[in-house]
Design a protein around this ligand. Structure first.
Ligand code: ZN
Ligand code: ZN
Length: 220
Protein backbone atom coordinates (compact mmCIF):
# COMPACT_ATOMS: atom_id res chain seq x y z
CA UNK A 1 0.00 0.00 0.00
CA UNK A 2 1.44 3.39 -0.93
CA UNK A 3 1.24 6.04 1.77
CA UNK A 4 1.05 9.80 1.72
CA UNK A 5 3.61 12.40 2.72
CA UNK A 6 2.35 14.00 5.96
CA UNK A 7 3.15 17.48 4.62
CA UNK A 8 2.12 17.51 0.92
CA UNK A 9 -0.04 14.31 0.75
CA UNK A 10 2.00 13.03 -2.23
CA UNK A 11 1.71 9.24 -2.65
CA UNK A 12 5.03 7.59 -1.92
CA UNK A 13 6.47 4.12 -1.34
CA UNK A 14 6.29 3.02 2.33
CA UNK A 15 10.05 2.38 2.38
CA UNK A 16 10.65 6.14 2.04
CA UNK A 17 9.08 6.84 5.44
CA UNK A 18 6.27 9.35 5.71
CA UNK A 19 7.91 12.61 4.58
CA UNK A 20 8.68 12.85 0.85
CA UNK A 21 12.17 13.84 -0.28
CA UNK A 22 11.20 17.38 -1.30
CA UNK A 23 9.32 18.14 1.92
CA UNK A 24 12.18 16.65 3.96
CA UNK A 25 14.71 18.88 2.18
CA UNK A 26 12.45 21.93 2.62
CA UNK A 27 12.08 21.55 6.40
CA UNK A 28 13.47 24.53 8.38
CA UNK A 29 16.80 22.87 9.23
CA UNK A 30 18.94 24.74 11.76
CA UNK A 31 21.94 26.25 9.99
CA UNK A 32 24.18 27.33 12.86
CA UNK A 33 23.56 26.72 16.53
CA UNK A 34 25.25 26.38 19.92
CA UNK A 35 26.32 22.75 20.52
CA UNK A 36 25.45 23.06 24.20
CA UNK A 37 21.93 24.57 24.07
CA UNK A 38 21.03 24.49 20.33
CA UNK A 39 20.27 28.24 20.35
CA UNK A 40 20.34 29.47 16.73
CA UNK A 41 23.43 31.59 15.99
CA UNK A 42 24.20 33.97 13.09
CA UNK A 43 27.24 31.85 12.12
CA UNK A 44 28.65 28.44 13.16
CA UNK A 45 30.60 28.69 16.44
CA UNK A 46 34.24 27.61 16.69
CA UNK A 47 34.62 23.96 17.69
CA UNK A 48 34.06 23.46 21.41
CA UNK A 49 32.95 27.07 21.99
CA UNK A 50 29.52 27.55 23.59
CA UNK A 51 27.26 30.55 22.95
CA UNK A 52 27.56 33.66 25.15
CA UNK A 53 24.50 32.67 27.19
CA UNK A 54 25.93 29.21 27.98
CA UNK A 55 29.30 30.73 28.87
CA UNK A 56 27.60 33.14 31.26
CA UNK A 57 25.38 30.53 32.86
CA UNK A 58 26.59 26.99 31.94
CA UNK A 59 23.62 24.62 31.63
CA UNK A 60 23.41 21.34 33.55
CA UNK A 61 23.27 19.41 30.26
CA UNK A 62 26.34 19.07 28.07
CA UNK A 63 24.88 18.80 24.57
CA UNK A 64 21.61 19.66 22.81
CA UNK A 65 20.60 18.52 19.35
CA UNK A 66 17.50 20.13 17.82
CA UNK A 67 17.63 19.66 14.05
CA UNK A 68 14.87 22.14 13.13
CA UNK A 69 13.91 25.76 13.74
CA UNK A 70 10.45 26.04 15.25
CA UNK A 71 8.58 27.47 12.26
CA UNK A 72 6.33 26.32 9.42
CA UNK A 73 5.57 23.53 8.73
CA UNK A 74 6.98 21.84 11.84
CA UNK A 75 5.29 24.23 14.30
CA UNK A 76 1.87 23.43 12.79
CA UNK A 77 2.66 19.70 12.76
CA UNK A 78 3.72 19.70 16.43
CA UNK A 79 0.59 21.63 17.47
CA UNK A 80 -1.66 19.24 15.49
CA UNK A 81 0.14 16.30 17.11
CA UNK A 82 -0.12 17.67 20.66
CA UNK A 83 -3.44 19.42 20.76
CA UNK A 84 -5.48 17.57 18.12
CA UNK A 85 -4.05 14.08 18.57
CA UNK A 86 -2.76 13.78 15.02
CA UNK A 87 -0.72 10.78 16.14
CA UNK A 88 0.33 9.83 12.61
CA UNK A 89 2.91 12.62 12.90
CA UNK A 90 4.86 10.51 15.41
CA UNK A 91 6.43 8.44 12.62
CA UNK A 92 7.34 11.58 10.66
CA UNK A 93 9.00 13.06 13.75
CA UNK A 94 10.97 9.84 14.27
CA UNK A 95 12.13 10.10 10.64
CA UNK A 96 13.50 13.59 11.44
CA UNK A 97 15.04 12.66 14.80
CA UNK A 98 16.70 9.35 13.94
CA UNK A 99 19.56 10.85 11.84
CA UNK A 100 20.03 13.51 14.55
CA UNK A 101 21.05 10.77 17.03
CA UNK A 102 24.40 10.62 15.26
CA UNK A 103 25.20 14.16 16.43
CA UNK A 104 24.83 13.21 20.10
CA UNK A 105 27.81 12.25 22.26
CA UNK A 106 28.40 8.49 22.71
CA UNK A 107 27.58 6.46 25.81
CA UNK A 108 23.89 7.26 26.24
CA UNK A 109 22.48 4.45 28.39
CA UNK A 110 18.89 5.61 29.05
CA UNK A 111 16.25 7.83 27.42
CA UNK A 112 13.95 10.08 29.45
CA UNK A 113 10.92 11.76 27.87
CA UNK A 114 10.12 15.09 29.57
CA UNK A 115 7.46 13.97 32.06
CA UNK A 116 4.01 15.46 31.75
CA UNK A 117 1.94 16.15 34.87
CA UNK A 118 -0.73 13.46 35.24
CA UNK A 119 -3.52 16.00 34.93
CA UNK A 120 -2.29 17.29 31.58
CA UNK A 121 -1.53 13.76 30.36
CA UNK A 122 -5.07 12.67 31.23
CA UNK A 123 -6.57 15.65 29.43
CA UNK A 124 -4.36 15.28 26.35
CA UNK A 125 -4.55 11.48 26.37
CA UNK A 126 -0.81 11.01 25.83
CA UNK A 127 2.61 12.50 26.48
CA UNK A 128 4.03 13.81 23.20
CA UNK A 129 7.65 13.51 24.44
CA UNK A 130 7.09 9.84 25.27
CA UNK A 131 5.92 9.17 21.71
CA UNK A 132 9.09 10.80 20.38
CA UNK A 133 11.36 9.09 22.92
CA UNK A 134 10.25 5.48 22.41
CA UNK A 135 11.59 5.12 18.82
CA UNK A 136 14.84 6.87 19.89
CA UNK A 137 15.40 4.42 22.76
CA UNK A 138 14.75 1.60 20.32
CA UNK A 139 17.21 3.06 17.76
CA UNK A 140 19.88 3.49 20.46
CA UNK A 141 19.14 0.07 21.97
CA UNK A 142 18.80 1.49 25.50
CA UNK A 143 15.95 1.43 28.04
CA UNK A 144 13.48 4.21 28.76
CA UNK A 145 13.61 5.83 32.17
CA UNK A 146 10.29 6.00 34.00
CA UNK A 147 11.44 7.03 37.46
CA UNK A 148 11.07 10.81 37.12
CA UNK A 149 7.72 12.39 37.82
CA UNK A 150 6.32 15.87 37.27
CA UNK A 151 4.84 17.08 40.53
CA UNK A 152 3.50 20.43 39.40
CA UNK A 153 1.53 21.22 36.26
CA UNK A 154 3.48 24.23 35.00
CA UNK A 155 1.53 26.71 32.90
CA UNK A 156 2.03 26.72 29.15
CA UNK A 157 5.40 28.26 28.44
CA UNK A 158 4.12 30.78 25.95
CA UNK A 159 1.92 32.45 28.56
CA UNK A 160 4.52 33.20 31.22
CA UNK A 161 7.72 35.19 31.63
CA UNK A 162 11.15 33.59 31.98
CA UNK A 163 11.28 34.38 35.71
CA UNK A 164 7.85 32.84 36.30
CA UNK A 165 8.76 29.73 34.32
CA UNK A 166 11.96 29.22 36.28
CA UNK A 167 10.13 29.61 39.58
CA UNK A 168 7.44 27.10 38.51
CA UNK A 169 9.99 24.61 37.25
CA UNK A 170 12.32 24.73 40.23
CA UNK A 171 10.41 22.10 42.17
CA UNK A 172 8.56 20.55 39.26
CA UNK A 173 10.42 17.23 38.91
CA UNK A 174 10.99 14.42 41.36
CA UNK A 175 13.01 11.20 41.13
CA UNK A 176 10.98 8.33 42.57
CA UNK A 177 13.46 5.43 42.30
CA UNK A 178 17.23 5.34 42.02
CA UNK A 179 18.44 5.83 38.46
CA UNK A 180 20.61 3.10 37.00
CA UNK A 181 22.16 5.17 34.21
CA UNK A 182 25.25 7.33 33.73
CA UNK A 183 24.43 9.28 30.59
CA UNK A 184 20.75 10.14 30.12
CA UNK A 185 19.20 11.54 26.95
CA UNK A 186 16.23 13.86 27.63
CA UNK A 187 13.74 13.95 24.75
CA UNK A 188 11.32 16.86 24.25
CA UNK A 189 9.26 18.12 21.33
CA UNK A 190 10.24 21.81 21.31
CA UNK A 191 12.85 23.72 23.30
CA UNK A 192 11.67 27.24 24.02
CA UNK A 193 14.01 28.68 26.65
CA UNK A 194 15.77 25.47 27.67
CA UNK A 195 14.57 25.96 31.24
CA UNK A 196 12.54 22.70 31.40
CA UNK A 197 15.54 20.64 30.29
CA UNK A 198 17.78 22.62 32.63
CA UNK A 199 15.67 21.79 35.69
CA UNK A 200 15.24 18.18 34.62
CA UNK A 201 19.00 17.82 34.03
CA UNK A 202 19.72 19.27 37.50
CA UNK A 203 17.40 16.70 39.08
CA UNK A 204 19.15 13.89 37.17
CA UNK A 205 22.64 15.07 38.16
CA UNK A 206 21.53 15.35 41.79
CA UNK A 207 20.33 11.73 41.54
CA UNK A 208 23.80 10.55 40.53
CA UNK A 209 23.64 10.69 36.72
CA UNK A 210 27.02 11.81 35.34
CA UNK A 211 26.03 13.38 32.05
CA UNK A 212 22.85 14.65 30.41
CA UNK A 213 22.23 15.27 26.71
CA UNK A 214 19.08 16.68 25.12
CA UNK A 215 17.29 15.85 21.88
CA UNK A 216 14.33 17.87 20.56
CA UNK A 217 12.66 18.25 17.20
CA UNK A 218 12.92 22.01 17.13
CA UNK A 219 14.40 25.03 18.89
CA UNK A 220 12.33 28.19 19.16
ZN1 ZN B 1 5.83 15.93 0.71
ZN1 ZN C 1 24.38 27.84 24.19
Amino acid sequence: MPQRCVFCTLDMPPADGCICRDCFADLPWQQASCARCARPLPRPPADGVDCATCQLRPPAFSRTVAPLEYRFPIDAAIKAFKFHRRLFYARAFAQILRPALESLPPGIDAVLPVPLHWFRRTRRGFNQSRELAIPMAKALGVPMLWSVRRRIATPYQSSSTRAERRKNLREAFEVRRSIDARHVLIVDDVITTGETCEQLAKVLLAAGVEKVSVLALARA
